[in-house]
Design a protein around this ligand. Structure first.
Ligand code: SF4
Ligand code: MSK
Length: 655
């Protein structure tokens, strides 16, 4: 009997489709991860290819302590040390991630301005309250000006933040005052979003910055420009344009596909076009066309962060997260996969060629050879949206018959924006985080963890996400989530209120049941990690938990990270004062000094630090230990002991 291979996912739908792909000879990321082993030198950050004299590989010697003489010689041709090389590689990852988020933010700002000027028909300002709030935050005159006049000023100001050369980002004002001051003292308050990214590229060029501490400092500056700048602008303006998310019921997993309907999956990160596709797919003309092709309707679903965006605002179901994108096509039932930017595997086109699926690229900056390109034009977005929906419908009759949609999907409640949490906890007229802070102070909730990030084909799909989150909520830690972790949690049934009594500790379950929320709160897409920063700031402002984010009993994690964006997110979490632990692999392992700096010295500078632990239970325990140390420093550790003691006593009495 051949030995049975271990499952590559904890998710049943995923397993069934991996099996189908294997049977049909379709190559996926799961196969490639097996045949293509990562280079250990590159993975440790010890390979430099920044000039034509390299690549230079400077790995740590294995199995023995290095002598100072040996260490002296461990350099690239240009003389760059292993520390310089590891730090340069690390901050280039920050630059890659920050630029992806920030370019997304810029795209939103451009559309926003076009809408304000009446040059983007079909779009409108949906959240007037947030528009006015942002105007107040940014010192923009309100008076008796129209929404559009105010929005023009906001759009222009937002766009200017990207190319600003001096001063500091206007959005830093959202941070606690003490944090802003600390950034100024450390010299890491970003001047302009683009400037800090460009400066990383300059400093990491051959022969420029050769001091790893100085290099890492610039990584902090650019990452703050992402989280508190580009990403925050994306989130704020998207909310004003498309509506601030509020709790909404949705579904998740590949079982959301429908055999008898035209299936369109929207995949990527930007909600600009997908908002229009949602509208176009509901038009009677399109439904008629679908019926004329013998389809019973049009079924939209999402993948990755575009999915999170349209779920949060329209309840559109989620088909899956990063590692499920090829498998969706393997169902044989996807008539079109529409992609914008980021986290789109080039191989979806190859997989699509084995079935009938049309891959439709929509961004001028993200094309795939072989795919159909229907470019998104913000000045006539509905036209592109209709063309896309029509293309999908016309492809429905081309299905090849080898269809298998796994019968697995879960309910989920999404839409926990900062504003929603505020209202839910404090009520419409007294919106506040007071009840959350009070429940942390009285110990029912031990602390809050932001668990975010990708899937990584090097580890079992979704396993680390779910094991970590379950361990946290079992220990009364409220989890807030975005990105592919959010999708994993939804697929595992953790995002319904009933999950509280099933998986959460008694204290957390009691709070969730009283408020009617799940123990894991879906805050959105990758750029919406900025919502986590705002929520943390709101906790600080509400009082009782210190006067900076670094005082809060909170922690962050990305247990299955893979993208450069995750590194940028981690770096701005740390720079904001949050203990942040990553799984899978650590990209500076080739330099003890650089790793030591990130894991220890950063705490002295910013109050937050990185950590690495691939075992998700241990990683969760590290987060809990950090949360407990913050509780102790705040003097609220006793309260929790009392709550637990009371529960114990209650159990005894009940017994
Ligand atoms: Fe090698 Fe230096 Fe060139 Fe990097 S920059 S490839 S370390 S010579
Ligand atoms: S989609 S960046 S795989 S979270 Fe935002 Fe998922 Fe990571 Fe992409």
């Amino acid at each position: 009997m051949p030995e049975e291979k271990p499952a590559k996912s904890i998710d049943q739908a995923t397993q069934e489709l991996i099996e189908k792909a294997n049977k049909e000879g379709v190559n996926t990321a799961f196969d490639r991860a097996e045949s293509l082993k990562p280079c250990p030198i590159g993975a440790a950050g010890s390979c430099c290819k920044h000039c034509g004299m390299g690549p230079c590989r400077v790995p740590l010697p294995k199995g023995k302590e290095e002598t100072p003489e040996e260490k002296q010689k461990r350099r690239g041709v240009c003389g760059a040390t292993a520390e310089t090389i590891a730090a340069r590689n690390f901050i280039r990852m920050v630059a890659g991630g920050a630029s992806a988020h920030s370019d997304h933010g810029r795209g939103v700002a451009e559309l926003f301005l076009a809408v304000a000027k009446g040059k983007a028909p079909g779009y409108e300002i949906k959240d007037e309250q947030k528009l006015l709030q942002l105007a107040l935050d940014w010192d923009i005159e309100i008076g008796d000006r129209s929404n559009n006049e105010i929005a023009v000023d906001i759009g222009e100001k937002a766009l200017a933040e990207f190319g600003k050369q001096e001063g500091e980002l206007i959005t830093l004002r959202k941070a606690p005052l003490k944090r802003q001051e600390l950034w100024r003292q450390q010299g890491v308050a970003p001047r302009g979003i683009d400037r800090e990214i460009v400066e990383i590229m300059h400093r990491t060029h051959i022969g420029v910055d050769q001091d790893y501490v100085n290099l890492l400092k610039q990584g902090v500056r650019a990452a703050i420009g992402d989280g508190w700048g580009g990403s925050m602008i994306a989130t704020e303006l998207q909310d004003i344009l498309f509506g601030t998310p509020a709790p909404i019921l949705g579904k998740a997993n590949l079982g959301v596909l429908k055999e008898k309907e035209v299936n369109i999956i929207i995949h990527g990160h930007e909600p600009l076009l997908s908002e229009m596709i949602v509208a176009a797919a509901a038009e009677s003309e399109m439904l008629e066309l679908a019926k004329s092709k013998d389809a019973e309707g049009i079924n939209l679903s999402g993948m990755c962060c575009t999915a999170n965006e349209i779920l949060m605002r329209h309840g559109v179901p989620i088909a899956g997260n990063f590692l499920q994108q090829e498998l969706a096509i393997v169902t044989g039932a996807v008539d079109a996969m529409v992609v914008d930017v980021q986290c789109i595997m080039q191989s979806i086109q190859t997989v699509a060629e084995c079935y009938h699926t049309k891959i439709i690229t929509t961004a001028a900056k993200a094309k795939i050879p072989g795919a159909t390109h229907i470019e998104f034009n913000e000045h006539d977005a509905m036209k592109s949206a209709r063309e896309i929906v029509k293309t999908a419908i016309e492809n429905f009759p081309n299905r090849k018959g080898n269809i298998m949609i796994p019968d697995h999907q879960c309910d989920q409640i999404a839409g926990f924006s900062h504003e929603t949490i505020n209202y839910l906890l404090g009520g419409m007229f007294r919106a506040s985080y007071r009840p959350l802070n009070d429940n942390i102070i009285n110990g029912r909730i031990r602390g809050v963890a932001g668990v975010v990030g990708c899937n990584n084909a090097r580890v079992k799909h979704n396993e680390a996400h779910i094991v970590m989150v379950k361990e946290l909520i079992k220990n009364d830690v409220l989890v807030i989530t975005t990105g592919c972790n959010a999708i994993a949690c939804a697929e595992a049934g953790l995002m319904v209120p009933e999950a509280a009594s099933k998986y959460a500790g008694e204290g957390l379950a009691e709070v969730c049941e009283t408020v009617g929320i799940p123990p894991v709160l879906h805050m959105g897409s990758c750029v919406d990690n900025s919502r986590i920063l705002i929520a943390a700031t709101a906790m600080v402002k509400d009082g009782g938990l210190g006067d900076d984010i670094s005082d809060l009993p909170v922690a962050g994690a990305a247990p299955e990270w893979m993208s450069e964006k995750a590194i940028s997110i981690g770096q701005y979490f740390v720079a904001s004062g949050v203990y942040t632990v990553f799984g899978v692999t650590w990209p500076t392992e080739g330099s003890k000094e650089v790793t030591e700096f990130l894991f220890k010295d950063m705490e002295k500078l910013y109050g937050g630090m990185w950590d690495f632990q691939p075992d998700p239970v241990r990683a969760a325990q590290l987060m809990i230990a950090h949360i407990d140390s913050k509780r102790k420093a705040l003097g609220i550790d006793q309260a929790r002991e009392r709550v637990l003691y009371d529960m114990e006593m209650r159990r005894e009495l009940e017994g």
